[in-house]
Design a protein around this ligand. Structure first.
Ligand SMILES: *Cc1c(COP(=O)(O)O)cnc(C)c1O
Length: 377
């Protein structure tokens, strides 16, 4: 069976973990957390905080944005549950915006109609690492005094007009889950671009204490100064992650090579009822996903089954959150919202195997099988 994802290992993970053990420095913010954070700060030219997951990074962003009961937060319906949960846990009502017809990213044209006096933030999701139109979103947010949070879980090493994704809004949340481009098993990172929030981010990440200041020698004891939780990862996670971040260029090169091969062989499906990934001029490609949007749910199901029979694991993705059981109970007045593009991606989007160790032969085999299936349609 050709797997959908096979986590890539650089070889240095085990060495660095052994070294962390030898140092007897295993809790958070030690040598490896610092080394990894420094590298990421340089890469993103901002201030990064490692977290235990992308979900945690989103939860930190929701606290830092001061989200309270009664606030509304706008985000696409076609996303992972954590994008919404982080804000719902602060008491917010989520308002879902439809995806674009040409990509699962939110439709910038439909944002303004959802803004009212309760709106506090817009959360964008750069689906597949392809940038949303951030200039338009930032202008709208500024005009309405809203926070912008980038769910950049897919978007490491991707840019908008040359600027790294996750560094344009007030906050950027990354994930290093084993299915992402750069991994730590479970792990994440919050990028705090809003300078006024950096001090508070340190505190919230350390259970609401000023322990980070204490370790820098700025205060002679640390105590409870704010809300917070245990958002910092252990040194073992940071050691694993450093090995990955150091080789990000090699990893990305392999992924982009595979993505381009898929594109060369499958682009011809466009115009035969299939929709393929689109890269606007302002977006770079970080090769997080290669997907097909099938003509219908029936065809997608048949294709998944056909490929499975040929030893190929291809998988669908999100289920529109506005159609979830939870949202129907939480916000019944909006659960019937008509978001046809979100529904289209829910029913028709299919992700193909993409990981650095996928061989040229496997890739050609996958494409041949897809074309064999579509020729019979
Ligand atoms: C993976 C993902 C998350 C959550 O990240 P975890 O590290 O698994 O908590 C959030 N949003 C999106 C869009 C994701 O793909």
């Amino acid at each position: 069976m050709i797997r959908f994802n096979k986590p890539y290992i650089t070889g240095n993970e085990i060495k660095y973990i052994q070294d962390a053990i030898d140092r007897r420095e295993l809790s958070g913010d030690g040598f490896y957390t610092k080394a990894c954070t420094e590298l990421l700060n340089q890469k993103l030219n901002s201030t990064c905080f490692l977290t235990t997951s992308g979900t945690d990074a989103l939860e930190m962003a929701a606290i830092l944005a001061g989200i309270q009961p009664g606030d509304e937060v706008i985000m696409p319906s076609y996303t992972f549950v954590s994008t919404a949960n982080a804000f719902v846990m602060r008491g917010a009502t989520v308002r879902f915006v439809d995806s674009r017809s040409d990509s699962p990213n939110l439709d910038e044209d439909q944002l303004e109609a959802l803004i009212n006096s309760d709106t506090k933030a817009i959360v964008v999701v750069h689906y597949g690492g392809v940038a949303c139109d951030m200039d338009r979103i930032m202008n709208l947010a500024e005009k309405n005094r809203l926070f912008v949070i980038e769910d950049a879980a897919h978007a490491i090493d991707a840019t908008y007009k040359g600027k790294p994704l996750g560094t344009i809004g007030h906050f950027g949340a990354f994930s290093f889950h084993a299915t992402k481009n750069i991994i730590a098993g479970e792990g994440g990172m919050l990028v705090v671009n809003d300078e006024q929030s950096r001090k508070r981010a340190e505190i919230i990440r350390e259970k609401g204490t000023n322990r980070t200041s204490f370790f820098r020698g700025e205060v002679d004891k640390y105590g409870w100064v704010d809300v917070g939780s245990s958002f910092l990862p252990s040194e073992i996670v940071a050691a694993f992650l450093l090995a990955q971040v150091e080789q990000i260029d090699e990893i990305q090169q392999k992924r982009i090579h595979i993505w381009n091969r898929y594109d060369q062989q499958l682009r011809k499906l466009e115009g035969h009822g299939f929709q393929l990934p689109q890269l606007p001029d302002y977006a770079s490609n970080n090769a997080h996903l290669y997907y097909l949007v099938c003509p219908s749910l029936e065809i997608r199901s048949a294709l998944i089954e056909f490929l499975s029979g040929q030893g190929i694991k291809a998988v669908f993705h999100y289920q529109s959150l506005h159609r979830s059981d939870f949202y129907a109970r939480q916000s019944p007045e909006y659960a019937a919202d008509h978001l046809p593009n979100s529904d289209k991606y829910t029913d028709c989007l299919l992700r193909l195997p993409l990981f650095p160790d996928l061989t040229k032969e496997e890739l050609t085999y996958i494409c041949d099988k897809i074309l064999e299936f579509t020729e019979k349609l």
